[in-house]
Design a protein around this ligand. Structure first.
Ligand code: URP
Ligand code: ZN
Ligand code: ZN
Ligand code: ZN
Length: 486
């Protein structure tokens, strides 16, 4: 047969266009697009369905210890399976450095965790908490060279925080070596000060977690991060943006030609801090950082995705069960300060955006593709092979049935969690068949892939094309009296 698989009769959508075409797959790649393609070993009837690039989930915590040392409930099997059922074909979780660990040790640890278990393609972002001389001069450039071209740092949490001075070193190192710095931007002092005041006065219920991480703490850190990155003309990606003012600061920096990027997450668009005020300690299920905000923020985030101020929409899947192994590790009435941070949601990320965005007319199908796949592919160095239905690209495809309605329940999810923050939601549209490099990994509600079937995807360096430096390099040197500083 000419093709291994042909998907017939569907509507194909990329970030730039929607069209009717059959898709021919050969040797794991898209080999042809057209009508009336030749014979195939396997034909998938996609009449009435959308044939979209597989989702690329670039913010999730899988088989990762938190800063408190708590392991996530999902490993690379359950995490990748849950991602697959939600229409994803590539995940980029974090490989987190614990202080004292070297970068090569961290990467070895995560290679061992991911390779035998992931059912779909994967890479990692490093989390850097110990930016030693060796890490900055040798280990991080070496990680970039083996295709791990992005990493996250924290402006908050005593165990993770990098000083502004170190942050400058990190930004320059990344720029010079083709890395992309990601940052968790919240002001550490403002949070600690609020936590102190709250606890002193006896406010320790889960809902006060939201109070302890004020919007102003995010806004301050975003503005400072932009100032630092702009000063050294380095790219910087702000993850999990949860405030209008934070997103506006990013939009303004982008209009100034800065290499600044932003991400938001479903929880800020579909939940609010009121969820933290549920009876008893139910609110613990909704503790994440930055915290859930309000109804106004929800509409603000839709606007920022539409305007392009924020380019990424990721789950920030950080699964801690509602039991002793997770949210209730410090007892049945845990003070907010001791509750593991994070919400599960890798499986629902794309279905939520499809149901509440595409089906309601808030965004176009093309924007959906951009936000769930294409933008992440480009930003993270995979745009040459992933994020589009195009000839020569990896055959990473999610076939969506816009008519399929799903009632969300924790039991219906494929992660290793015992709750979902979206219990009871009714979603319109679901990815019914998911294909990764030509392999059907999910079909008709069944897993078709095995642990270890996914491949590590080496990623290209960050590409600054299209960003015009605000000053010519000679000008920058002139203001330094010719001294070469960064
Ligand atoms: O609360 C969250 N999001 N926990 C995960 C860690 C992080 O900062 O993204
Ligand atoms: Zn079939
Ligand atoms: Zn974070
Ligand atoms: Zn996260």
């Amino acid at each position: 047969a000419t093709y291994d698989t042909v998907i017939t009769g569907g509507t194909v959508a990329n970030a730039c266009a929607t069209f009717k075409a059959d898709v021919g797959i050969k040797d794991g790649q898209i080999a042809a697009l057209g009508l009336g393609l030749g014979d195939a070993q396997h034909v998938i009837d996609a009449r009435g369905k959308y044939v979209l690039p597989g989702g690329i989930e670039t913010h999730c915590h899988i088989a990762q210890e938190s800063s408190m040392g708590m392991m996530t409930a999902d490993d690379y099997f359950t995490g990748s399976v849950s991602a697959a059922f939600g229409g994803n074909t590539t995940i980029v979780p974090f490989a987190a450095q614990q202080r004292g660990q070297t970068i090569p040790e961290v990467l070895q640890t995560y290679d061992d965790r991911a390779a035998p278990k992931s059912v779909l393609d994967y890479s990692y972002h490093l989390i850097v908490t110990d930016p030693t001389e060796v890490a900055l001069k040798k280990d991080l450039p070496a990680a970039f060279a083996r295709g791990i071209t992005s990493f996250k740092v924290f402006m908050t949490y005593d165990k993770m925080i990098v000083s502004d001075e170190k942050f400058l070193d990190i930004l320059v190192m990344a720029r010079e070596n083709g890395g992309l710095t990601m940052v968790h931007a919240e002001n550490n002092a403002m949070i600690k000060w609020m936590v102190g005041r709250l606890l002193e006065r006896g406010y320790d219920a889960p809902k006060y977690h939201a109070v302890s991480h004020p919007a102003a703490a995010e806004v301050e850190a975003v503005r400072r991060g932009i100032a630092l990155a702009s000063f050294v003309e380095a790219p910087l990606l702000f993850v999990h943006i949860s405030t209008d003012a934070g997103a506006r600061a990013i939009a303004e920096a982008r209009m100034d030609g800065r290499m600044i990027f932003g991400e938001t997450c479903p929880q800020y668009m579909f939940l609010t801090a009121d969820d933290l005020d549920r009876p008893g300690v139910e609110g613990a299920k909704f503790c994440c950082s930055p915290p859930l905000r309000d109804v106004q923020t929800q509409t603000d985030m839709w606007r920022h995705l539409n305007a392009g101020s924020l380019q990424l929409y990721s789950s920030d899947h950080a699964p801690y069960r509602f039991d002793k192994s997770g949210k209730l590790s410090t007892g049945d009435t845990p003070p907010f300060k001791t509750i593991a941070n994070g919400l599960p949601g890798i499986e629902l990320r794309a279905p939520l955006l499809f149901s509440e965005g595409v089906q309601t007319g808030r965004i176009t199908l093309e924007q959906f593709v951009a936000l769930t796949a294409s933008n992440a592919a480009r930003l993270f160095g995979m745009g040459h092979r992933k994020g589009a239905i195009a000839i020569g690209y990896d055959a990473d495809i999610a076939i969506w049935d816009p008519e399929k309605t799903t009632q969300v329940t924790a039991a219906g999810m494929h992660d290793n969690m015992d709750y979902t923050p979206f219990e009871g939601w009714e979603l319109n549209g679901w990815p019914v068949t998911v294909i990764n490099q030509g392999r059907i990994i999910v079909d008709g509600g069944e897993l078709k892939a095995k642990a270890g079937d996914g491949s590590f995807i080496p990623r290209k360096p960050f590409d600054p094309t299209g960003f015009l430096p605000p000053r010519a390099p000679e000008m920058a040197q002139a203001t330094n009296f010719g001294a070469k500083l960064f």
